[in-house]
Design a protein around this ligand. Structure first.
Ligand code: FMN
Length: 423
C-alpha cells in the first residue's frame, strides 16, 4: 500500500500536499479546517508589517467554458498584525502537532529585522520558514519580494541572515520573473537554504475593458501588473522545477497550476519532494485534497511505488537539451476512419498551419456514419508526414488521430552527435 507520508528536511508531513501561502492560509481557522480536510501542511499567508490591499484585487481568464484557467492577483502580504498571525500559528500547532505549519515571511531587507521575525515565528511554533522572495507586485516596489528574488546576491544575503537566526528549516521561495531561475536557486543554496520552493506568480496584466480602457483587475479605472497562477502556469512551473532540480542538491517544493493528483505527480516526477496549492483551493475549496491523495495513492499502488521517493525525480534526466534529442526517432499520424466525423479540421490545420501532409477527403475515402450519412475522411500522406502532432492536437474526437512510431532501422543520432562527428 502506498505510504504518502513525506520526509522533508528532517520533518515528516502526513502527505506531500501543502497549501501555498495565500488567501486559503490567511487565518488559523482556515488552516485548521484545511488540516481536517486532509492537507498535510500549510504555508501561512506571508507575515510582515501589515499592509492595506486594493479593492478589487483578483482577475481571471476563462477558457472554453472552464472558469479561472488563469488567475491573477494584485494582493500584497497579510493585512493582519504580526502578533495576531503568530498567536494563531501557536494555537494551530497546539491543536495539530503532526501537521506542518510553515511561516512565510517578508520584512525589510535589514539583518536585525530578519533575525527578529525568524525568532518570533519559531517562538510561535512554526515547523519551518519560507522566505517570500517572489511577490511580483507592490511589495517589490518597497524593496521586498521579487526585488530580492531577482538578484542572486540579495537572495543569498537574506537567506544567510535568516539562517543565522533559524533553528528550523529555511525554504527560499523563488520568483519566475527572472532570466535564469537556476542562478537564483543556486544563490539560495549558497546562502544555506535547506530547500527552495517555486514558483511564485508570473508578472501579468489580465486584460483591458475596451469600453473604458480600464485594465483588469479594475481599481477605480486603473490597475497594476499582478501575479499570474492557476492551471495556465503549470507548464512554466514544471519547466522551472525541472531546471532547478538539475542544478541544486537541496529539496524542492513544487508550486504552480496544481489542482489534481496528476499535476502533483508531474511536479514530483520532475524533482519536487512536496507540492503546494493555492488557486485550486481558492476555486474549489479544501475538499480537493481528498481526490488528490486517493488518486496519488492509487497511481503509486498501480506502479508499485511505496513512497514518494520511489518515483521522485524520475523524469528529470528525460528533460534534455534539444541538441541531445534523437533526430532519427520518427512518428506519423494515423486517422481512425471509424471515429472520424469528417470535420476537416486536421486538413485545414496541416494545410494552412503546418506541413501540407494531409489530403482533403475524396469520395474514395468516405464512409457512412451511424446515421447512414456519408462522412469524408481526410488521408494522411505517410511519406510527407513530419510527425509534428498538430492534427492530433486539433482533432475534436478523442483517440481519432494517433501518432504511430515508424522504425526506419536507423541508429539514434542527435544534433550534438552530428556536430561532434562533423556531419
Ligand atoms: C491571491 C493570491 C495571493 C497570494 N499571496 C501570496 C503570499 O502572500 N505569499 C506568497 O509567497 N505567495 C502568495 N501567492 C502565490 C502562491 O503561493 C503560489 O506561489 C502561486 O499562486 C502559484 O500556485 P497556484 O498555481 O497553485 O496558485 C498568492 C497567490 C494568490 C493567487
Amino acid at each position: 500500500m502506498a505510504d504518502l507520508r513525506t520526509k522533508f528536511c528532517g520533518l515528516e508531513s502526513p502527505n506531500p500536499f501543502w497549501l501555498a501561502s495565500g488567501p486559503p492560509t490567511n487565518t488559523g481557522g482556515q488552516v485548521m479546517r484545511a488540516f481536517d480536510a486532509g492537507w498535510g501542511g500549510a504555508v501561512w499567508k506571508t507575515i510582515g508589517e501589515p499592509i492595506q490591499n486594493t479593492s478589487s484585487r483578483y482577475g481571471a481568464i476563462d477558457f472554453n467554458g472552464v472558469r479561472m484557467m488563469g488567475f491573477n492577483n494584485i494582493e500584497l502580504i497579510s493585512d493582519r498584525p504580526i502578533d495576531v498571525n503568530l498567536s494563531e500559528i501557536a494555537e494551530v500547532k497546539k491543536r495539530y502537532p503532526k501537521h506542518l505549519v510553515i511561516a512565510s515571511l517578508m520584512v525589510e531587507s535589514k539583518q536585525d529585522v530578519w533575525h527578529d521575525i525568524v525568532k518570533r515565528a519559531e517562538g510561535a511554533g512554526a515547523d519551518a520558514l519560507e522566505l517570500n522572495f517572489g511577490c511580483p507586485h507592490g511589495m517589490s516596489e518597497r524593496g521586498m519580494g521579487a526585488a530580492v528574488g531577482q538578484v542572486p546576491e540579495y537572495t543569498e544575503m537574506i537567506t544567510t541572515w535568516a539562517k543565522e537566526a533559524a533553528k528550523t528549516p529555511v525554504i527560499s521561495k523563488l520568483t519566475p520573473n527572472v532570466t535564469d531561475i537556476t542562478r537564483i536557486a543556486q544563490a539560495a543554496e549558497r546562502g544555506g537554504a535547506d530547500a527552495v520552493s517555486l514558483i511564485n506568480t508570473i508578472n501579468s496584466v489580465m486584460g483591458v475593458d475596451l469600453e473604458n480602457f480600464a485594465p483588469r483587475p479594475n481599481v477605480g479605472g486603473k490597475s497594476s501588473h499582478g501575479g499570474y497562477c492557476g492551471p495556465a502556469v503549470k507548464p512554466i512551473a514544471l519547466h522551472l522545477v525541472s531546471s532547478v532540480a538539475k542544478k541544486v542538491k537541496i529539496p524542492i517544493v513544487g508550486i504552480g497550476g496544481i489542482g489534481n493528483w496528476i499535476d502533483a505527480a508531474e511536479h514530483i516526477a520532475l524533482g519536487a519532494t512536496t507540492v503546494q496549492v493555492c488557486t485550486a483551493a481558492m476555486h474549489y475549496g479544501f475538499r480537493i485534497v481528498e481526490d488528490m491523495a486517493d488518486g496519488l495513492a492509487a497511481y503509486m499502488d498501480d506502479h508499485g511505488y511505496r513512497t514518494i521517493e520511489d518515483f521522485r525525480g524520475r523524469a528529470v534526466p528525460n528533460v534534455m537539451d534539444w541538441g541531445d534529442l534523437d533526430l532519427n526517432y520518427k512518428i506519423i499520424a494515423d486517422i481512425d476512419k471509424d471515429l472520424c466525423i469528417g470535420c476537416q479540421l486536421c486538413y485545414a490545420a496541416c494545410e494552412d498551419g503546418a506541413h501540407q501532409c494531409i489530403e482533403r477527403a475524396t469520395p474514395a475515402n468516405s464512409k457512412l456514419n451511424v446515421h447512414g450519412m456519408e462522412v469524408h475522411v481526410p488521408r494522411i500522406i505517410d511519406d510527407e508526414c513530419v510527425g509534428c502532432n498538430l492534427c492530433a492536437l486539433v482533432c475534436p474526437v478523442d483517440d481519432c488521430i494517433t501518432m504511430r512510431e515508424i522504425d526506419e532501422g536507423l541508429a539514434p543520432m542527435s544534433w550534438n552527435q552530428k556536430v561532434h562527428a562533423g556531419m
